[in-house]
Design a binder for this molecule. Sequence first.
Ligand code: ADP
Ligand code: ZN
Ligand code: ZN
Length: 681
Amino acid sequence: MAHRVAVVVPTPAHSTVAGPLTYRSELPLASGTLVRVPLGRREVLGVVWNTDGLKDDPPAEVREKAIAASLDGIPPMTAGWMHLVTFAAGYYQRSLGEVALAALPPQLRDLQPEQLARRLKRPMQGADASAAAQGPALTEDQARVLAQVEEQPGPFLLFGVTGSGKTEVYLQAVQRMLARDAQAQALVMVPEINLTPQLQQRFVERFGEAAVVALHSGMTNPQRLKSWLAAHLGVARIVLGTRMAVFAPLPRLGLIVVDEEHDPSYKQQEGARYSARDLAVWRGKAEGAKVLLGSATPSLESWHACERGRYLRLDMPGRVGQGALPAVRLVDMNLQPKNTLFSGALLEAIRARIARGEQSLMFLNRRGYAPVLACGACEWKSDCPNCSVYRVFHKIDRTLRCHHCGQTDRVPRACPSCGNVDIAPLGRGTERLEEQLAELLADARLPDGTPVRIARMDADSTRPKGALELQLAQVHAGEVDVLVGTQMVTKGHDFRRITLVAAVNPDTALFSGDFRAPERLFSLLMQAAGRAGRDAAQAAASEMWVQTWHPRHPLFAALRQHDYPAFAADQLRERRQAGMPPFAYQALLRAEGRTQEVAQLFLATAAEAAPVLDPAQQVAVYSPVPMTVQRIANVERAQMLVESESRMALQRFLSGWQPVLQASRGKGLIRWAVDVDPIAI
Ligand code: ADP
Ligand code: ZN
Ligand code: ZN
């Protein structure tokens, strides 16, 4: 007798074969079993899905293909995992096959079943983490917070300033979970790969090497498979990873931690554009695991969820050891002499730090030497030939580089348009800031009389393998006195000797077209401020300097007081008035085409279907517009906003829209995608 099984296979995002395919199998296969099946001319990895309703012993005329192999050594995926994948695919408008297969480690696809079997033979010891090392005695705040996490169902939003001991709360929450159930598992997520080694070390110190595995895209494929198996077999107690880890198979999931929950990195920006934070909350609820979100500057969505009573807010307002937060000093650039780079007072403050042997951090969110190179005699500017942006001038290797498509040329000796030799950089990036600082501080000396050491840390300086680790180690070892960097340096790093942080030019974000820009800026500045004075002994003398042309902006007033709640209240009031998230739900339809007309035509055609799909008029469909960066790599981009006060109504609309979108594809359209709950507009 032949059995019939439904198998989810890797399908393209918008394929018409969206659901599982039916295959024949000699043996009955449990739902969740990993299999290899023929698909076209290839053999692919698939997951046996819900086989309900499929009759065994198909009639002779049904000629279904037989599965090629089942990966017997690996336990079937759990119902919880399949439920999560199904939800994510539906909610983010992608195919089940795409989401399911993307959530599995690549080597499961690539290795033959025999190779996998060999991998599995190596014994995996269940880690015993019950004998965890002792943590420090809890502060009052930590004890109160942990008691709440024990007693309440959550989800929780742990609102604590940098250095308030949030990580310690995560550690002890895991410890308590393991004390109740030694076989339980915790998922701990961080926004960026850079931050995993630090956190991993703290978890390993507490729970032992064997209990902790990492899961992120910076790992080799064999490492990833190993971690994934340890999670799936229930051997790992703690899985620590970036957003992809939200799909880790965890049969005994008891706790999910999302650190820096406000961070935009939790939103995937290609393929299935899921929010790992939102999926974590959903998954916790579905699988009965507690969810603990943590941040010093929560997302306004999470903050609002607390106000509505959907999340429970837990506050830790003070730094451990009574360390003060740095004093915030605003420099009014209107009062400075023309072309001031650093105000005199800021420069003096930096010099004083150098003379005392302390470190300073200069934050400028733009890499390269200058964002544009321009001719003084004609209109020429360093446009990218392929994109609607300027190429950035990198002085170090004398190149013009497009940060969108990568197009790179050597800097021309003279203006390519008029031959004038007088072409000059406009504006400033980290490279130039580093150079100018070196000039301004040329005579600055350390306490022992040696010259000041200035270093730069950004995506360029850390590109070579191992460079990031080396640079971080140098800062930690005190071999750098003034560090210049992009937002990369503001995140998470526990620099002990920094007592001054300066935001050199943060104003652009105040007037951005994106309504989330102020929220982003505030959290970035708070996070940057959090780098200063982490050593309690120096905290009192720590300062955060902000140079701005708009010192009376309410954002800066709140920043001065370290008053996130005031800032959030102000922003939420504006958002409520304007009917923007979290008071409305949004999706973007994006289109890319050979021409802007083609892209917009696709969007306009799609919009025509709206009245039929939404007779109750709960969903607003806006006009198609070109994207802010309209052209990248010679592809024209446009988007259209869809909005509703009801998440349900929006979801219903989007599902009904899918077939329309697939049918609206015109000539010259390259691709399209729906972004549900977009974080940048
Ligand atoms: P956050 O994650 O909120 O920035 P951490 O958990 O990293 O804060 O704590 C900041 C510093 O305080 C760390 O060096 C940590 O080891 C220390 N710390 C945290 N909790 C305690 C405690 N209860 N007693 C002593 N030191 C603590
Ligand atoms: Zn010219
Ligand atoms: Zn380009």
